[in-house]
Design a protein around this ligand. Structure first.
Ligand code: FVH
Length: 290
């Protein structure tokens, strides 16, 4: 439970609305602003104060949460605020790139604000549940001051003072998610080409993915030590035959192999470099350009 405070939420899409709602439900004084004002109606009915302008939203609270589509939207929203932002803690939960994070952190710092960048590792229905976690990086004192409030959303992980840490970790975790979902979709399309419905295929693919997740600690050990040749059980030479078969079979079954082609290319690059007897964990070296 958060310590009740005044907080402003700017950006009332699916996520911003959920964050603001969670803050209202935990007894905080919440001010909201959205470019399209009608999106604030439901929150106003639940007790939020509606700011007429961004400046008004920022003036209303010491802690201001931004949750917008992208950083160009953040730039547009925070343009021309002048001194209004000095002394405020800006918690930017918008998905973005490291160059964008550095630019906004520098700009807001020059304007006298404390900047925290964040990455929300949850969908809106997960907010406030034990499954939600949010990554933060940037001004440590700002994080510590806002920590109780931010706990409203889920588990907070403060990663350090460099503001880009949260955004890069967020993108890394999303890469893992899109790899999983893309792999699942490709697998389901390929199984579907011989008549399986997605529901029929699920009892095969779900436990398979769960079993493969148990390989991650071993992969992490190999990656950190660089020892991809130690105790090899499933060598890359053998695995690249299967990967090549997946790509070829997808084509012959009328399934676009586009999702699988990059891993085939990386495996071939690693094989050509002479690492066929290594574990497939060594593909990371090809990703790193080695
Ligand atoms: N929803 C999700 O599942 C994910 C979960 C993980 C974190 N993401 C990130 O959260 C950011 C916002 O996502 P969202 O789901 O709330 O997105 P939308 O529902 O599409 O709402 C977008 C809001 O951004 C406003 N906006 C867009 N462009 C501008 C602009 N140029 N100036 C001012 N505001 C802008 C938009 O306003 P409006 O269209 O209603 O006027 C919405 O408030 C995002 O970074 C996810 O990656 C969510």
């Amino acid at each position: 439970m958060s310590k009740a405070k005044s907080i402003s939420v700017i950006g009332l899409g699916a996520m911003g609305t959920t964050l603001a709602g969670a803050l209202i439900d935990t007894g905080n004084t919440v001010t909201v602003w959205n470019r399209t004002p009608a999106r604030a109606d439901a929150l106003a009915a639940r007790g939020a104060s509606r700011a007429e302008t961004v400046t008004e939203a920022i003036a209303a609270s010491d802690v201001v949460i931004l949750c917008l589509t992208d950083y160009p939207a953040v730039d547009a929203t925070l343009a021309d605020l002048g001194a209004a932002i000095a002394g405020k803690t800006i918690v930017n939960l918008t998905n973005g790139r490291p160059d964008e994070v550095r630019a906004i952190a520098a700009r807001l710092g020059e304007q006298g604000a404390r900047y925290l960048d964040g990455g929300i590792m949850a969908t809106p229905p997960m907010i406030g549940t034990p499954h939600a976690f949010i990554l933060y990086s940037g001004d440590r004192a700002a994080f510590e001051d806002a920590e109780a409030l931010l706990a409203t959303f889920g588990q907070s992980h403060y990663l350090g003072e460099d503001p880009v840490l949260a955004a890069v970790s967020d993108l890394a975790l999303l890469s893992a998610m899109y790899g999983l979902f893309g792999g699942y979709l490709h697998a389901t399309a390929l199984a579907g080409s011989v008549g399986f419905t997605a529901k029929q295929f699920l009892p095969l693919v779900e436990p398979w993915l769960a079993a493969m997740m148990t390989a991650l600690p071993d992969y992490a050990e190999r990656i950190d030590s660089g020892e991809h040749a130690r105790d090899v059980m499933s060598n890359l030479q053998m695995q690249s035959v299967a990967i090549g078969n997946i790509v070829a079979a997808s084509r012959s079954q009328g399934i676009d192999p586009a999702f699988m082609e990059p891993i085939e290319r990386l495996a071939k690059k690693r094989l050509a470099a002479g690492f066929g007897n290594d574990e497939a964990s060594g593909i990371i070296e090809a990703m790193r350009g080695k």
